[in-house]
Each structure stands twice: as structure tokens, then as C-alpha cells.
Design a protein around this ligand. Structure first.
Ligand code: PEP
Ligand code: MG
Length: 594
């Protein structure tokens, strides 16, 4: 709700996601129980529209309960009274009348009014001195929850309805919510939870939405309509800034834009060190629409196409034809440059509503990625067929995510062979020589890298997950974000071990986690000797510029010293010093904060 009192300036610090600065009005979305609850003031004829929406939702939920009751198996028919009591609540005037009264009286939308009514009813129930009756509040909550969900359609519906220039403030946004944001309107977003390598953060980068996550108390401190400065480069959020701060950040934004355009001019030069070592710099993409940006920013190919977003966007799983068309287009636009397409990595912090894996207690350790695909071979085969068919149209490589050991790899390859045989039988063309690789992102795969290397054509190191699993910290949990340490000596040793295994087996090895696009990591990754780095397209110009300024000999010397250090802090201090010396301008631009 808008504050009447004089707004006071507050500053919050969170985890920076995308380096740009925006200044705008806050718009709160509440997803405390229902995924997203859209709260807004309405007036004029919109008021009667809100009442209509609410009445429609009442009718729709009534139909849902009746249908549920009719479909109840005989074995549980005696529980039908629960649905009867839900139906009674639905028809109760307390819920209906009070909500409509609030819509009209307080000029607010239906979801918000309903939530307020629930709070009111909760208050009444709490005063009833009868244990049984007071516990019935859970029935009211269930009914309200269903009404809220119906009102909001799905989360995307409510988010896509936002049509003002605002900065979204939410407790959390899922990667799918993020894809639904109207990027023409939404200037940026800030969330209480989340880490730098969460898929929500990755989506924000892909969509070029300035964002800060992991602020912990943003939704508690920011109010609807507050003026916000969001600095997605430093992770600073200023609530109700003074005029002097607004001027300061506007100037900073201008300088940042100038700097970005100056380095973008050189982004088509190769990433070659002054002493002649060349590294392949490719882009990570999540959607077909990003391919052009990947090329514009100087990407020499697509090093990681995360394919799950087509599965998150729609209502059902995509058909083979839809996947094929999408993959073919990516490959054709990039041709002759290579595209590494990753098979489905659903689960973890990426859920599709059609599958039930979101109920797991530890989704990051659950039925994710290749495990899900091996469990659901038909879904897997559909995607593999689409990938193989697209391989006939350019230079396509396939990689399996989350491989934990040889057995899993062999099973995945056997399914790929089955699909190849099937295409052969039907005379459908595909690239016979398509390279097959794996993401190395689970510590057990690092330990087995020598064996795995003999069974694949290439490795791509996924440090986002490797850090999560090696250091046992949830990459989306802001409370342990401080422990998410790319410079941890254990991580550096693991990367070295994987590169050594690849060298021995004579296969290519690249790295596609967020480390690849982090200016502070570049010298280390150069020294370790990776063949390629794949990153968020917008990071490419700066990373190329840096590689063109660091002699390989220097990177190797630095690495030798770094590998003698025992803590992430020591490594970071050392690397920060070196980077400041060569690139003094990066600090002021907010690039050296991670
Ligand atoms: C990784 O884990 O480093 C990676 C690149 O994949 P994702 O971020 O999609 O899990
Ligand atoms: Mg991963």
C-alpha cells in the first residue's frame, strides 16, 4: 500500500545479477502461498470487472469441487464430506460478500480483497473457543487458495498482466515466472531469495533485466509505489533515494553504457592472448530469440543451449516437430559455427508444471536432468529425435547434463543409438558424425573423468552445479550464498583434474558455468588451459577484451602461485590484486564484486 508519511531512504545489499542500473517505481507481487499474487489498485469500470472475475472464480471453483467429488474413487467416497464442506464455504456469504465489499470499498483487485477477507475470517476463527471449529480454518484456507489460483490463472497470467513501467519486488520468482515477464514494461526485479547462479538469475541475464536477488527482506521493507534504484552490477538497492543519489546513479549508468559500447566495438576480434593462444568464446542461450544477440556480442558459436525453457513455457510437453523447428533454426542461424545443445535438465530449480517432481524435499539431489530422462524414455527420445534431425542442418553437438558416472552415460548413449536406428529405418537424415559430450558438474564425474573421457567426444564443465555439489551449498539459497565460492581451491583442483583427463584422452574441454563470464576468473581459466569458455552473451565483449590483454605465460605463472594457496579468500585476494593492476577501470564499473 502507498505510504502517506515522508519516505525515508534505505539501502539494501543483495546478490547482483545483471550489470545495469534502473530507477523506477516498485510493484510488489506476493507469492507467499499461491505462486504469484498480483496486488493492485483499480478504479472506474475495472471495479465491476474485478467483481465479475471474482464471481467467475467462485463458479469455476464450485465446478472443480463438484467434478472432484464425482471422480472420487469408491474407496475414499466416505471422505466426500470434505468437498461438501468446501462447497459450503464457497457459498458462504462471509467469504463472498466481504470480498466484493472490499473490492468496491477499497478499490483493490479481487486477489488482494480475497486475501484480506481470509485474514479477517482467520481472526474470527482464532477467537472461537472450540478446538474443532477453530481448526476448520484450514478448510477456508484451502478454498481461498484454490480461488486465488483460479483468479490468477497460472502465475504467468498475473505477471503478464503487468503493463506499467515498474520494478518487480517479490519474495521469489521461478525461472518460468521470469520468462513470462513483459520485458517491454518490467524494468527490473528484486527478490528476497535466490543466488547468483540460480536459473532465475540466469534468465534475468538472458532477458537483459537488471536484477538483484537474495535481498532477504526486500518484500518486508519495500512498499507498493516506492521509488527504487536497482544496481544490478553491485547488488545495491536504494529505497526512496535522495535526489543526490538519483543523480549519482544516473551518471553511473551513463558511464557504464559508454564503457559497454566501447568494448562492444571490439567484440568481433578473436579471443587471442598477446602471445598467440586462442580460446573459443561461445554463448549460453535459453531461447531461440537469443541467438542473434549471441552473434552480435561476438559469440563464436553456442556453447550451451539450455533446452528446458520450451518445456516450461507451454501447457504440455512440446511435440517433436516444435522442438525440431526450434533447434533447426538455432543451428541454421549459427551455421557454420557450432551449437552445443544440452538435453533436458528439468528439476532442481526448474520445474515443469506437468511433472510431479517439484514435490521433492531436495530437488537439487532428486529426479533431475538425465535421471528424469532415463526414467521417462519417451520424453527423452522425442527430444533426441528432434536434436538428431536438426543436426542435418548445421554443426550440432549434443551433451548430456548431470552425468554422475559411466553407467548413466552408457544408458543415455544406448537410448541415443536406439533413436538413430529408428531414424535410419525411416530414412530420416541426421549428422552421423555428431559429437556427443557430457556436462561435468557432479563431483563423482570429476573423479571418473579419465574413464568418462574415453567414452565421449568432449567435456563441458558446469561449474554452477559443480560448486553446488562439491561444496554442499544450495545454489538458490541466499543464506549460504556466501559459501558459493568459485575460488575454493577444491573447485580449482577439480577443474584442473578434468582438463588433464581431457588432454590425456585427446578430447576438447570447455567450461560453461557462470565462472566463464566472470572477469575475476578469466586469468585462472586461461592458465588452466581450457579450450573454450561459454557464457552469457553480454559478458563476451569484456571477456574477449581481457583475454586479448593477458599473456598466457603470465596466466600460467599466476596459476602456479594460486594453486599453492589454501583458501578461497587468499585466492580471491591474489586475483583481485592482479586484475586491478591490469584492468583498473573494472572496479569502478562494478565488474569485480563477485
Ligand atoms: C552449470 O551447472 O554450470 C551449468 C552451466 O548448467 P545450469 O546452470 O543450467 O545447471
Ligand atoms: Mg548444471
Amino acid at each position: 500500500m502507498r505510504k502517506d508519511s515522508v519516505a525515508t531512504q534505505k539501502e539494501l545489499r543483495g546478490i547482483p545479477v545483471y550489470s545495469d542500473i534502473v530507477i523506477g517505481k516498485a510493484h510488489l507481487v506476493d507469492r507467499s502461498r499461491t505462486k504469484i499474487l498480483y496486488q493492485c489498485f483499480v478504479n472506474g469500470e475495472q471495479l465491476s470487472r474485478e467483481v465479475e472475475r471474482f464471481e467467475e472464480a467462485l463458479r469455476s471453483v464450485e465446478a472443480q469441487f463438484v467434478s472432484l467429488k464425482n471422480k472420487m474413487p469408491d474407496t475414499v467416497k466416505d471422505q466426500a464430506f470434505i468437498l461438501d464442506s468446501h462447497l459450503m464455504i464457497l457459498k458462504d456469504s462471509m467469504l463472498r460478500d466481504s470480498t466484493i465489499h472490499k473490492i468496491l470499498g477499497e478499490k483493490i483487485n479481487a486477489e488482494w480483497a480475497l486475501k484480506k477477507t481470509l485474514e479477517e475470517i482467520r481472526g474470527i476463527f482464532e477467537q472461537i473457543d472450540d478446538d474443532y471449529i477453530s481448526k476448520r480454518i484450514s478448510d477456508v484456507e484451502n478454498v481461498t487458495e484454490r480461488l486465488l489460483r483460479t483468479l490468477s490463472g497460472d502465475s504467468s497470467h498475473s505477471l503478464s498482466r503487468i503493463n506499467q513501467r515498474v520494478i518487480i519486488v517479490a519474495h521469489d520468482l521461478s525461472p518460468a515466472d521470469t520468462t513470462e515477464l513483459n520485458t517491454a514494461k518490467v524494468m527490473g526485479f528484486i527478490t528476497d531469495v535466490g543466488g547468483r547462479t540460480s536459473h532465475t538469475a540466469i534468465m534475468a541475464q538472458a532477458l537483459e533485466i537488471p536484477a538483484v536477488v537474495g535481498l532477504e527482506r526486500a518484500t518486508a521493507l519495500v512498499q507498493e509505489g516506492d521509488l527504487l534504484i536497482v544496481d544490478g552490477g553491485s547488488g545495491v538497492v536504494v529505497i526512496n533515494p535522495e535526489d543526490s543519489d538519483i543523480i549519482l546513479y544516473q551518471e553511473r549508468k551513463l558511464r557504464l553504457q559508454k564503457y559497454k559500447s566501447s568494448i562492444a566495438r571490439m567484440s568481433h576480434l578473436p579471443a587471442e592472448t598477446p602471445d598467440g593462444h586462442r580460446i573459443a568464446i561461445t554463448a549460453n542461450i535459453e531461447f531461440l530469440e537469443e541467438v542473434t544477440a549471441a552473434k552480435d556480442y561476438g559469440g563464436e558459436g553456442i556453447g550451451l543451449y539450455r533446452t528446458e525453457f520450451l518445456y516450461l513455457r507451454g501447457k504440455g510437453f512440446p511435440e517433436e516437430e516444435e522442438l525440431f523447428e526450434d533447434y533447426r533454426e538455432v543451428v541454421e542461424i549459427m551455421r557454420p559455427a557450432p551449437v552445443s545443445i544440452r538435453t533436458l535438465d528439468l528439476g532442481g530449480d526448474k520445474f515443469a508444471s506437468q511433472i510431479a517432481i517439484s514435490e521433492e524435499n531436495n530437488p537439487a539431489l532428486g529426479l533431475r536432468a538425465i535421471r528424469f530422462c532415463l526414467r521417462e524414455p519417451e520424453i527423452f527420445k522425442t527430444q533426441l529425435r528432434a536434436i538428431l534431425r536438426a543436426s542435418a542442418f548445421g554443426s550440432l553437438r549434443l551433451m548430456f547434463p548431470m552425468i554422475s558416472g559411466l553407467q548413466e552415460l552408457l544408458e543415455a548413449k544406448a537410448i541415443l543409438d536406439e533413436v538413430r536406428d529408428d531414424l535410419d529405418r525411416r530414412d530420416i537424415p541426421y549428422d552421423n558424425a555428431m559429437e556427443v559430450g557430457i556436462m561435468v558438474e557432479i563431483p563423482s564425474a570429476v573423479a571418473m573423468a579419465d574413464i568418462l573421457a574415453q567414452n565421449v567426444d568432449f567435456f563441458s564443465i558446469g561449474t554452477n552445479d559443480l560448486i553446488q555439489y562439491a561444496l554442499a551449498i544450495d545454489r538458490v539459497n541466499e543464506h549460504v550464498a556466501y559459501m558459493y565460492q568459485p575460488f575454493h581451491p577444491a573447485i580449482l583442483r577439480m577443474i584442473q583434474q578434468v582438463v588433464a583427463a581431457a588432454r590425456n584422452a585427446g578430447i576438447q574441454v570447455s567450461l560453461c558455468g557462470e565462472m566463464a563470464g566472470d572477469p575475476l576468473c578469466i586469468s585462472i581459466l586461461l592458465g588452466i588451459g581450457l579450450d573454450g569458455l561459454s557464457m552469457n552473451a553480454r559478458a563476451i565483449p569484456l571477456i574477449k577484451k581481457m583475454i586479448r590483454s593477458i599473456p598466457m605465460e603470465q596466466a600460467r605463472l599466476d596459476l602456479a602461485k594460486i594453486m599453492l594457496l589454501n583458501t578461497a579468500k587468499e585466492v580471491r585476494t591474489y586475483i583481485l590484486q592482479q586484475t586491478r593492476k591490469i584492468f583498473p577501470e573494472l572496479e569502478e564499473k562494478g565488474y569485480l564484486l563477485n
